[in-house]
Design a protein around this ligand. Structure first.
Ligand SMILES: [Zn+2]
Length: 113
């Protein structure tokens, strides 16, 4: 798990992104997304080595999605811990974790059940 947290790239100006993230919810029905479809992180903020058009470098590694095999709650916890590990404000980190449930990937997974 520690390795996963390290892979969440540093995002110095994460807090101003809050408003942007808020606006993102609700307009993502089939629209072209500039956020990771799994964790909702803005892809422009992804400083890692991204190998997918849809997912950030944290979510998609070695040809597979990080979230496969994890429950939404587990994945949220990973992201939350990662953000907290980067020194993000508790509420901001909580809010971003909360947003994950609205990501296209999780919507699709929910629909599959
Ligand atoms: Zn992601």
């Amino acid at each position: 798990m520690a390795k996963l947290a390290e892979n969440i790239t540093t995002e110095p100006e994460a807090e101003p992104k809050l408003a942007e993230a808020t606006g993102f919810v609700g307009k993502n029905d089939g629209m072209v997304s500039t956020n990771c479809e799994c964790c909702m992180m803005p892809l422009t903020k992804d400083t890692g080595q991204r190998t997918s058009e849809q997912y950030c470098s944290f979510c998609y590694q070695n040809g597979r999605l990080n979230a496969e095999g994890a429950s939404l709650q587990e994945f949220q916890r990973r992201c939350f811990d990662g953000m907290r590990g980067r020194g993000m404000n508790f509420l901001i980190a909580w809010f971003f974790s909360f947003l994950i449930r609205f990501a296209p990937y999780w919507k699709a997974r929910k629909a599959r059940k």
